[in-house]
Design a protein around this ligand. Structure first.
Ligand SMILES: Nc1ncnc2c1ncn2[C@@H]1O[C@H](COP(=O)(O)OP(=O)(O)OP(=O)(O)O)[C@@H](O)[C@H]1O
Length: 769
């Protein structure tokens, strides 16, 4: 260890001591705060549980309770803040920083050394920063600047300084294991070490080794549409997670994690990335899959998922003009114009029922609607209609309360339910028993009729499915769709609705129609929407998401090469298309061409599969060449599969066996299970935890994920005939970090062309062997 490193180590020791000291103090503060919370909670619950029938002055006790409730929430908040501080300190402990910059500000004679880590740390008397948060304005210099004069943006404007030194550290358990000065953004040596590690169940944060283009994504606060097109493994997901942390840090006062939503490709992915933000001291943003989002918007219907569709289409012809039309922007414009021009008598009202009987008939609802001023837009008229229906409902509560079913229901209540029905009233509040009885009947009728009120609020008085069908019947069709096919599709749609099912292609126009008619469905509170694997989203869906999140800025990430569900598109064309769909004023495109995930050998093979693969830059981390095992009979193929899995499993914690679809995953799983392969898991779309061991899964569930080793089955011409074979093999190959083995039952798919084959070690068992 040289003198310089000794000096740095001494500083690390000092900072670590300071952290330990602050941890002790904060732990004490947390314990005290916890005691305080417990005490006020206890006091509150004791007072709150005093039987209100015995309390003389209810109003007074209520205001006292309210005050105590506030105390409880204040104490809890205080405790949460301290817990958060403690967690931040613990995150820093043992590895307090990863970078140092020496800067010379204009007019100064002495350079200043700043250390950069995952969070800020001040000394005990709060006079000096021992560590700067990686998101602080000055830290931008670490990621962006080469030595020499540099600029960085602060809330007070652009500042200039001179970057005199940039030093990188690897510090583990309080010891500097690696340290060097560099002029690069972040030197390859550190990145090598980070990427060479074994995968685990969770994605790691990359703040110590953020690359310059990634930094641009992270720190972009101007664009309202940021499109990131990046090759597989280029760090798109990593960059947006750090971006979220960055945005949260910089807009602490106006933005919280609940105002950010990430559309992720599957539940496994959500789990996989769930530790990144907490490791940076931030709360996770909301996460939803497209399937989850649609499930909530179509309660009671089984909506086809991308996965269902992908599985179905493998047996189809490959040309889907109707779906393409329904998933494009033209149809969304047609919905807009349809709603705009919809004549009053064309609205499709539905009966509102209660206890399986018509409560408000469709005809009655239409009459009310038609009596409203025609000058109002449809959405406003529907609001007025709702108000009128609610008022009628209130009247009806009174008449219903006199009916036998209410008296009977009241008889059936137990004591506790009866108590609840009294609400804040006491027996003394009634003149006599009759009044009390009438009150209870009315209250109960109102409660039971709440379902009708909910139905009114939720616009169940319009039959949207029927309305949508009418829309479909009148829409102008593009030339490539025949009237006959279109009518056939409508009939199929009706049948599906009968069975409570809905095809994915209908979802965006149907939601749009419903929202535009009723003026609802928009969420104003979200400020940022992130969409990962955007190549899987129909444009119509993006138009809808724009509508649903009208105030949000969008960040969309994709890799058209991995489009398992759609043909390829150029990034620039995509930006234009997206800007229109998302109505963006300040769009920005950033492309990432460097691939970090896989070894150079694996990336070189993967890029050779692509027609324009030379734009992919592999990162120089070496490993074994990928293997291709070709077997001509089932027994030999099975043996090769078993052998590959066993060999890889000896070296790695996670080996993924990827298949074309679910049926193949199931059959591979059955086979490996029979062979008593240990730690074996078959993953499903509903799984949300990623175990270690041997994981068998269809490729679409592996999107966004990575594994130490991958066995890709089966890459034969025969098996990949009905799919986009290049996209499939590319996506499978690029899930592997360290090792890749491809298995082919019979002749290999033409996707693995001559150039790609040169990057493989081919183990070819002859048919007649
Ligand atoms: N700057 C970096 N420093 C360290 N590791 C990085 C960096 N950038 C990316 N990586 C690593 O490379 C791998 C791939 O990153 P990520 O999953 O974010 O890529 P992606 O572009 O979203 O991939 P895909 O589209 O194939 O799912 C991850 O293991 C990530 O941690």
């Amino acid at each position: 260890m040289d003198e310089e490193q000794r000096r740095e180590q001494a500083r690390v020791n000092r900072v670590d001591e300071e952290i330990a000291h602050q941890i002790d103090a904060t732990e004490e503060a947390v314990a005290a705060a916890h005691k305080e919370t417990r005490a006020v909670e206890k006091n509150y619950s004791e007072n709150a549980s005093i039987n209100r029938y015995e309390v003389d002055d209810i109003a007074e006790s209520r205001s006292e309770l309210e005050q105590q409730r506030r105390l409880v929430s204040q104490a809890a908040e205080n405790e949460t803040i301290l817990q958060h501080q403690l967690q931040t300190l613990k995150n820093l402990q043992g590895s307090p920083y990863f970078g140092r910059i020496d800067i010379l500000d204009p007019g100064e004679k002495k350079t200043e050394s700043l250390y950069i880590g995952t969070a800020s740390l001040m000394n005990d008397d709060k006079t000096d920063f021992l560590v700067y948060d990686w998101r602080a304005p000055i830290s931008g210099v670490y990621y962006n600047g080469n030595l020499g004069p540099v600029k960085y943006t602060t809330p007070a404007g652009v500042q200039s300084t001179e970057l005199v030194k940039k030093r990188q550290f690897t510090i583990k358990n309080g010891q500097i294991t690696n340290m060097f000065d560099t002029n690069d953004t972040v030197g390859d040596e550190l990145l090598q070490a980070a990427l060479g590690e074994q995968n685990d169940q969770y994605m790691h944060n990359i703040v110590a080794t953020i690359q310059q283009e990634q930094n641009d994504i992270i720190r972009d606060i101007k664009s309202d549409l940021l499109l990131v097109q990046g090759v597989a493994g280029s760090g798109k997901t990593s960059a947006i997670l750090q971006r979220i942390a960055y945005l949260l840090y910089h807009s602490r006062a106006e933005l919280n994690a609940d105002q950010i939503v990430l559309f992720s490709p599957n539940n496994l992915f959500s789990h996989y990335i769930s530790e990144v933000l907490p490791s940076l001291g931030e709360r996770n943003m909301r996460q939803v899959t497209l399937a989850g989002f649609l499930r909530r918007r179509f309660e009671g219907l089984k909506v086809e998922t991308l996965f269902d569709r992908y599985e179905d289409r493998q047996v189809g012809s490959g040309d889907y003009p109707i779906a393409d039309f329904l998933e494009g922007t033209t149809v969304m414009a047609a919905v807009r114009s349809y709603v705009h021009k919809l004549p009053v008598d064309q609205l499709q009202f539905a009966d509102l029922t209660f206890h399986s009987q018509v409560f408000f008939s469709a005809d009655h609802i239409r009459e009310i609607y038609q009596a409203l001023p025609t000058s109002l837009p449809t959405a406003d008229r529907l609001v007025q209609l709702k108000n009128k229906l609610i008022r009628e409902l209130q009247h009806r509560v009174r008449t219903e309360a006199k009916k036998d079913w209410v008296a009977k229901a009241l008889d059936d209540l137990n004591v506790q339910q009866l108590h609840q029905l009294y609400g804040q009233r006491t027996i003394d509040d009634f003149k006599d028993e009759d009044e009390q009885y009438a009150y209870l009947l009315r209250k109960l009728a109102k409660r039971r009729l709440r379902v009708v009120a909910d139905a009114i609020y939720n616009n169940y008085f319009i039959d949207f499915y029927n309305q949508y069908e009418r829309f479909l019947r009148q829409v102008d069709l593009p030339k490539n769709i025949s009237k006959r096919d279109w009518i056939g599709m409508i009939t199929e749609y009706q049948d599906e609705i009968e069975y409570h099912r809905l095809k994915l292609m209908h979802t965006a126009p149907l939601m749009y129609l419903r929202d535009l008619l009723t003026g609802s469905g928009q969420n104003q509170s979200f400020q940022y929407v992130f969409i990962d694997e955007m190549q899987d989203y129909p444009l119509a869906m993006l138009v809808y998401l724009r509508h649903a999140f009208p105030r949000a800025k969008f960040t969309v990430l994709g890799d058209s090469e991995q489009a398992l569900f759609k043909p390829l598109q150029l990034p620039q064309a995509m930006l234009v298309e997206l800007s229109t769909a998302l109505d963006a004023q300040r769009p920005n495109l950033i492309t990432l061409n460097r691939s970090y995930r896989s070894t150079k050998e694996i990336t070189d093979f993967a890029k050779a599969l692509l027609p324009d693969g030379d734009q992919v830059i592999s990162f120089t981390r070496h490993g074994d060449k990928p293997q291709l095992k070709i077997r001509y009979d089932q027994a030999a193929y099975d043996q090769a599969l078993l052998g590959s899995v066993a060999e890889l499993r000896q070296k790695y914690d996670t080996v993924a066996v990827l298949t074309k679809n679910l049926a193949q995953a199931q059959s591979v799983y059955r086979f490996l299970h029979q062979q008593s392969v240990s730690d074996l898991h078959l993953l499903h779309a509903c799984d949300s935890e990623l175990p270690t061991g041997v994981l068998v899964l269809p490729i679409y569930l592996a999107k966004g994920l990575e594994f130490d080793a991958v066995v890709a089955t089966d890459v034969s011409e025969n098996n990949l005939a009905n799919v986009d074979a290049v996209g499939m093999v590319y996506t499978m190959a690029t899930r592997a970090m360290h090792r890749l083995t491809l298995l082919s039952k019979g002749a290999v798919s033409s996707a693995i062309n001559a150039v790609a084959s040169r990057h493989l070690v081919i183990d070819h068992e002859l048919a007649d062997k």
